[in-house]
Design a binder for this molecule. Structure first.
Ligand code: NAP
Length: 303
């Protein structure tokens, strides 16, 4: 059946183009009539890979279009996922499967609460893509995708579509552990790069702070029933800082570009989880407070 893709931004376009190129039926669901009209004027998506640029005339519609949706890839930012799914919820079929590409945690449950009849599959992606313009996306970093369903270990019937489309992916029964680990890495690195105004490598001058955060994050992961996500966290954080020393973190880039961050679903989620468990994590709480202050001064949303 058709892959409906909600949100034709960086990752949504990357998935749509690869599925379409493999001959899979794909339809984009765009924000509103105005965006649809702009898309139709462009005549499709363009994916740039190395120096190859290819055009894909993928059909598009808005949420108001008719027809049931059996398979939906949600490719919005975490803060847009629930409002976006609300618009298409009436079209979701009885057997609908929804794949959630959002970084962090919290948005997946917001979506699942809105569509209790659908199967929600969570994904964690390390692929990199960015928009060079409207409907023009550059595939910048090869990576991998983990997919899983915390409530049902059965691999979906369509999983081989991904391999056929050249999307590197594996099914896992531990998707929550993967998402928690990625969230913890993000909490230990990204906010500090914003506060110290530096590349990831700049944190080598602040390893005391990084260590203290890792210790609290490990405590939190244990309390949340995710001990494996805590395993060797500090060492991996240091490896990531070294391996990506010249990179600017995604949160740094969002702040620099004046874009809303996903902090609510990253550090914000960690602090809320600690609160729910009655766990005092002063370093993490102070970090969130400083980050919120920093965003507020810049006039950006604080969550
Ligand atoms: P993005 O480029 O900003 O794309 C998000 C898209 O969602 C935009 O095209 C936006 O539409 C669309 N959208 C928002 N609300 C919508 C609605 N109600 N109906 C239809 N479309 C709607 O974001 P992204 O970088 O692809 O990120 C998506 C998620 O993947 C994030 O959680 C991110 O952290 C995660 N992720 C991204 C990457 C990456 O390399 N980009 C890597 C790993 C994980 P408009 O165009 O109209 O604004």
């Amino acid at each position: 059946s058709t892959w409906h893709i909600l949100g034709a931004g960086s990752l949504g376009s990357l998935w749509a183009c690869r599925l379409a190129r493999a001959g899979k039926a794909v339809r984009l669901i765009l924000r509103d009539g105005q965006r649809l009209q702009a898309y139709q004027q462009a005549g499709g998506l363009t994916l740039v890979e190395q120096d190859q640029s290819r055009h894909y005339a993928i059909p598009a519609e808005t949420a108001q279009a008719r027809g049931p949706i059996h398979r939906l890839l949600v490719a919005c930012k975490a803060y847009d996922a629930a409002p976006a799914i609300a618009g298409v919820a009436p079209r979701l079929a009885e057997d609908a499967e929804v794949v959630l590409l959002q970084n962090g945690l919290g948005s997946q449950d917001e979506v699942a609460d809105l569509v209790p009849h659908a199967r929600c599959i969570f994904a964690s992606s390390t692929e990199g893509a960015f928009r060079e313009g409207d409907w023009l996306v550059r595939f910048a970093g090869h990576g991998f995708n983990w997919l899983g369903d915390p409530r049902n270990p059965t691999i979906p019937a369509w999983f081989d579509d991904l391999h056929q489309a050249g999307i590197p992916a594996e099914w896992t029964v531990d998707i929550l552990t993967r998402l928690w680990r990625k969230l913890a890495l993000n909490c230990a690195i990204n906010p500090l790069t914003v506060l110290h105004d530096c590349q990831n490598g700049g944190l080598l001058g602040h390893l005391g702070e990084v260590d203290a955060l890792c210790a609290e994050l490990a405590q939190l992961l244990h309390r949340c029933g995710q001990p494996e996500a805590a395993d060797g966290l500090n060492e991996e954080v240091q490896r990531v800082i070294l391996a990506t020393a010249a990179n600017y973190s995604s949160m740094y880039q969002d702040v620099r570009a004046g874009r809303r961050t996903e902090v609510h679903y990253l550090l914000g989620h960690a602090c809320r989880a600690a609160g729910r468990h009655g766990l005092q994590l002063p370093e993490l709480e102070r970090l969130l407070q400083h980050l919120v202050d920093n965003l507020r001064v810049r006039g950006l949303p604080c969550d």
